[in-house]
Design a protein around this ligand. Structure first.
Ligand code: FAD
Length: 434
């Protein structure tokens, strides 16, 4: 069933992933003689029709937590039950159900650390179950390209194909590789965007190719300190907790005073950000990594999001939408919670006065410039000393590297110092109208 009616229907990169994920699932199920039946359209019509076709007496599904999906599934459950069909739903994609973690007074958490402590205090989440055995087929499955999810004119997915292997086996292999070789150094390497230092499991998790419980137990069994890594899974849980309790999280600031924030509108600045043409190499490298590969390193996500919101004063929802369309791991809960976190309007958010300096972030986390060289090749020949600040480089250095500012690479679209003062003044204005 592929439901495109929601305003958060999957974006382009997610559709690409979904196509390959379904193809992989279909092939795996075929080995067990189980057909994967795909239908496009409204669940409240399609599922009852399918139930009648196969004369099913019971329907089982794994829960979704997006507000529109909760509403859809509640209505579907009621209508199937009214027809005498047994319906059961399960948790397959979270460590714990969002409503089972409560503050002492019985409400939702808005701060991460006590949330994570409360979740862990319930004991380890249950381990994943083994896969089901072979079945007797009762219906023919259409080919997995029936949903027409892939881009055709133009086919922009070459970079995604080069970077990713999709499906349950790929997810399991990556988990093993990560736990055997990368988990030990994760606390340090996770901040270095040029290094393969994080799990890159996010799209596999989003599409249900692997469960967080499997990751939790595998990481705990790896024989090294896994707590920093598990905490990141905790941020994912926290995002779902927030979305469940505050369903307008993707569109409305969690703290209402941010509704009055004096956002600018500038199509040209938004375009420059989207295309990686801001004149700040770390920001541009990140935005181009996203466009080419459908993924961006977490450290750089924070820097590019801060740049959009604070340097350009553009609405965080513009950035959230762009990520929604371009990320292979686009996830309503994690995306919305993270954007609001950077904007300062969300739960446990960074203080608004913290404005990342993209040049210093580059010098700190990409000291030799390897990440920038990879994604901004027109700067590749600049020495490390200047690669994060080309507009400050002496003329002869630029010339030797073949860089002509304003021609081969843009001059900065805003000056950091002025942008910072402007952002702080805008924030002060928001405080005054609180
Ligand atoms: C502005 C912004 C937007 C983001 N949008 C998304 C999104 O749409 N989908 C998404 O999955 N993540 C999002 N993140 C969170 C994070 O950047 C990615 O989960 C992470 O980079 C994925 O890479 P990884 O699998 O190698 O992570 P690892 O470092 O290996 O972490 C393991 C897992 O923990 C989870 N995780 C890690 N960090 C976070 C976090 N800050 N919030 C929530 N979960 C986290 C992910 O599921 C990840 O796969 C966003 C972050 C920012 C700053």
């Amino acid at each position: 069933m592929h439901d495109e009616a929601s305003e958060w229907a999957p974006g382009g990169a997610s559709r690409w992933w979904l196509h390959h994920s379904l193809a992989s699932l279909s092939a795996d199920l075929a080995k067990k003689n189980i057909p994967l039946v795909l239908r496009r359209g409204r669940a409240d019509r399609i599922v009852p029709a399918l139930v009648r076709d196969v004369e099913a007496g019971a329907v089982f599904w794994n829960r979704c937590y997006e507000p529109h999906a909760i509403a859809r599934d509640k209505a579907l459950k009621a209508s199937l039950q009214a027809d005498g069909i047994e319906v059961s739903s399960f948790n397959a994609s979270l460590l714990r159900e969002p409503w089972t973690i409560e503050t002492k007074s019985g409400g939702p958490f808005k701060v991460f650390t006590p949330f994570w402590r409360a979740l862990l205090s319930q004991g380890d989440p249950p381990p994943p179950r083994a896969a089901i055995a072979a079945q007797r087929a009762t219906i023919d499955a259409p080919p997995s390209d029936a949903l027409a999810l892939l881009p055709t004119k133009p086919d922009w997915a070459g970079g995604l194909r080069d970077d990713w292997e999709v499906g349950e086996k790929a997810a399991q292999d990556r988990l093993d590789e990560f736990c055997e070789h990368l988990l030990q150094g994760y606390s340090t390497t996770r901040n270095l965007p040029a290094t393969d230092g994080t799990s890159r499991l996010s799209p596999h998790l989003h599409f249900g190719e692997i469960s967080p419980r499997r990751i939790f137990h595998r990481a705990r069994a790896a024989g090294v300190d896994a707590e920093t890594f598990l905490k990141e899974l905790g941020w994912r849980e926290f995002s779902y907790h927030l979305l469940f309790h505050f369903p307008t999280l993707p569109v409305t600031p969690l703290y209402p005073r941010f509704e009055k924030f004096p956002w600018r509108t500038s199509q040209s600045d938004l375009r420059a950000w989207q295309r990686g043409q801001t004149g700040y190499p770390l920001v541009d490298a990140g935005m181009r990594q996203l466009w080419q590969t459908g993924w961006m390193h977490n450290r750089v996500r924070m820097v590019v999001a801060s740049f959009l919101i604070k340097h350009l004063l553009l609405d965080w929802r513009d950035g959230e939408r762009w990520f929604w369309d371009t990320l292979v791991d686009a996830d309503l809960a994690s995306n919305a919670a993270s954007w609001q976190w950077v904007a300062g309007s969300g739960a446990d958010a960074a203080p608004y006065v913290r404005v990342f300096n993209p040049t210093l972030q580059g010098e700190k986390f990409d000291a030799d410039g390897a990440y920038v060289r990879r994604f901004v090749p027109e700067l590749a020949k600049l020495p490390a000393k200047w690669i994060h600040d080309p507009s400050a480089a002496p003329d002869d250095v630029l010339q030797a590297a073949g860089v002509v500012l304003g021609k081969t690479y843009p001059t900065p679209i805003v000056a950091h110092k002025q942008a910072r003062s402007r952002a702080l003044a805008a924030f002060e204005a928001t405080k005054e109208t609180a």
